[in-house]
Design a binder for this molecule. Structure first.
Ligand SMILES: Cc1cc2nc3c(=O)[nH]c(=O)nc-3n(C[C@H](O)[C@H](O)[C@H](O)COP(=O)(O)O)c2cc1C
Length: 185
């Protein structure tokens, strides 16, 4: 695929179905993530991968448990929604910024680097004919979820990257006008 065809047309798809990329294809996706710009080579990232029914089911249970800890009165419909959330795609990667103390690299730079890693995965997925959808929502900031997934309180969930095959044909995205965002000084 032409590099600019990809760069100018990356887009997200929420409706994702099986198949997920193969092990070999995911190896490329992982490598794309690991080429993220990274001040001082800290690699302040960790990625939790959920790629089979059992893992997705357990993740849904963790979602529900974390939500119930925050709100024991959570209505039944919302409980079901939490349990089903991971099944919106055949695979999910939780991207985590693992902060590292460094006198020249503040936390914000480490979050940006983790975001670049997710962006790299989105491009790699699209290049392979798959797609992804980057989500956060309240669960990304729920301390009980971090605890149950073994994420340190000081680290951050940068997002849930839902991965799969787009259900609908990928259309060309709208293009923003560079003149609205780039100002030659
Ligand atoms: C950090 C981050 C968190 C996001 N969280 C959500 C989310 O929770 N729900 C959602 O619908 N879109 C979310 N988005 C936006 C989508 O991933 C997507 O970028 C947006 O719908 C625009 O589509 P596009 O990527 O095709 O331009 C998030 C994006 C970023 C960068």
């Amino acid at each position: 695929m032409d590099a600019f065809e990809l760069l100018l047309n990356r887009s997200s798809f929420g409706k994702l179905e099986a198949p997920a990329p193969s092990k070999e294809q995911m190896e490329l996706v992982y490598r794309a993530a690991l080429r993220a710009p990274d001040h001082a080579g800290l690699r302040p990232w960790k990625f939790l991968v959920y790629q089979d029914e059992h893992a997705l089911k357990k993740l849904g249970e963790s979602f529900l448990e974390a939500k119930l800890k925050q709100n024991p009165e959570l209505p039944e419909a919302k409980q079901q929604k939490a349990l089903n959330m991971p099944f919106r795609a055949p695979m999910i990667i939780i991207a985590v910024t693992e902060y590292q103390e460094h006198k020249k690299v503040p936390e914000v730079e480490q979050v940006v680097s983790c975001g670049c890693a997710v962006h790299g995965m989105l491009y790699a997925l699209q290049a392979l004919g798959f797609s992804g959808y980057w989500r956060t929502g309240d669960l990304a900031f729920n301390p009980y979820l971090k605890q149950s997934l073994g994420i340190k309180p000081s680290d951050e969930i940068a997002g849930f990257l839902y991965i799969g095959t787009p259900k609908v044909r990928i259309n060309k995205p709208d293009q923003a006008n560079p003149e609205d965002y780039f100002f030659v000084q």
